[in-house]
Design a protein around this ligand. Structure first.
Ligand code: SF4
Ligand code: FES
Length: 375
């Protein structure tokens, strides 16, 4: 599953000396998924069904989240429709007072199930799009018939008037189809199009050389998004996550660590971002043992990179430090070998040469075949 970007896109909280409440929570109901996308950002080791929080445990988490101020709930996976109790869980979240967004490939959403989801008050659906035609989409998702099924689900969403965001995960193999992707978003009645270029975490890292776009593709897509934003203002909103290896500055990952959002894994582990478990020196609490409020405000993991006090130079003296919060901690670990380092995506980072080396090495030859993930 490619995670929704609203948390990444939201304005970072200012470092005020007090910890603000979280605005958004991503609930990864399950790691089970019928698709096997090469860009999946979930970790290499997935949780099995037996370890998943049960219905009552999830509903309790939703109540705790609402109590501490969470407004938006992104219900994700894996494929959340793989959970038989999906309708019950959405109902529990709605009753807790959360705005509910279902992040789905559409596989497993029958018309009857959608009726039930609508009846219990599901407020928004974010439907992933692997490609603009069946051949490409089914090859990328590793699931034959997935595109046709998705189009049927999109029609059912439109019929019911449920607000729709189309989440187009873009990379070397589909970036040149952006114009058609925009047309499809309009045809399907989406209100928002997320142009989410692949972030290389989790399983996606295995496919970095296969998925990395060219600089030419990247420049073109930025121009196309800017042009479409202006042309379709008031008709279709855009969220754009550009390919960060070609950026001059990093993004404020999660809007700043522990500032606006949190993630819960299928087994109840509470994380500041969905890749945080890759950072070996941090310990993460589980909702089965510790109340969410205590984890958000007091846990060592959430406090490790909050605000700006932890930063090294040149971040400490940089005017962007409360804009990007030093970038992504997981990427700093991955590329610089140190989660406390400046994100090497930053052109001011002493490790920025790693990015140029990777691009030179991975763009030198033909893109290799995909390595698909299987559960
Ligand atoms: Fe951001 Fe640090 Fe780079 Fe400044 S030096 S732009 S704060 S990552
Ligand atoms: Fe960016 Fe973890 S994925 S901080």
């Amino acid at each position: 599953m490619n995670k929704p970007s609203p948390i990444e896109q939201s304005e970072p909280a200012q470092a005020t000396g007090t910890v603000p409440p979280p605005l958004a929570m991503l609930a990864e109901l399950t790691h089970r998924c019928p698709l096997s996308c090469p860009y999946c950002s979930n970790p290499l080791a997935l949780s099995g069904k037996e370890g998943e929080l049960d219905t009552n445990e999830w509903i309790d988490v939703f109540r705790q989240a609402a109590d501490i101020g969470v407004l938006q709930l992104h219900i994700s996976g894996g494929e959340p429709a793989s959970r038989r109790d999906l309708v019950e869980l959405v109902e529990g979240a709605v009753q807790a007072g959360l705005y509910t967004n279902l992040v789905t490939s559409g596989i497993g959403l029958t018309p009857r199930r959608m009726d039930e989801l609508e009846q219990v008050g599901l407020e928004h659906i974010q439907l992933s799009l692997q490609g603009t035609n069946a051949e490409l989409a089914d090859r990328i998702g590793g699931y034959k018939g997935g595109f046709d099924r998705k189009m049927q689900v999109a029609a059912e969403i439109a019929k019911r008037g449920i607000p729709l965001t189309l989440n187009a995960v873009m990379h070397r193999h589909n970036m040149d189809d952006l114009e058609r992707t925009i047309e499809m978003a309009l045809e399907l009645g989406a209100r928002r199009l997320e142009v989410a270029c692949v972030q290389f975490h989790g399983w996606a890292l295995k496919n970095r050389a296969a998925l990395m776009p060219t600089r030419q593709q990247t420049d073109k897509v930025k121009q196309q998004v800017a042009e479409a934003q202006a042309r379709l203002r008031g008709v279709l909103a855009f969220d754009f996550v550009p390919p960060d290896y070609y950026a001059d500055f990093p993004k404020a990952c999660m809007g700043g660590w522990g500032s606006t959002g949190l993630n819960i894994t299928p087994d109840g582990t509470v994380l500041p971002c969905h890749v945080a478990q890759s950072i070996p020196h941090l310990e993460f609490d589980n909702i089965r043992q510790t109340p969410l409020r205590d984890i958000w405000y007091d846990s060592t993991a959430f406090n490790a990179y909050r605000g700006t006090d932890w930063m090294p130079e040149p971040c400490t003296s940089c005017e962007r430090k409360e804009i990007d919060f030093g970038g992504c901690r997981c990427q700093a670990l991955l590329l610089a070998g140190d989660a406390n380092a400046v994100d090497p995506v930053c052109s001011l980072s002493p490790d920025h040469g790693r990015i140029t080396d990777i691009l030179a090495a991975e763009m030198a030859g033909e893109a290799p075949d995909f390595t698909y993930r299987k559960l």
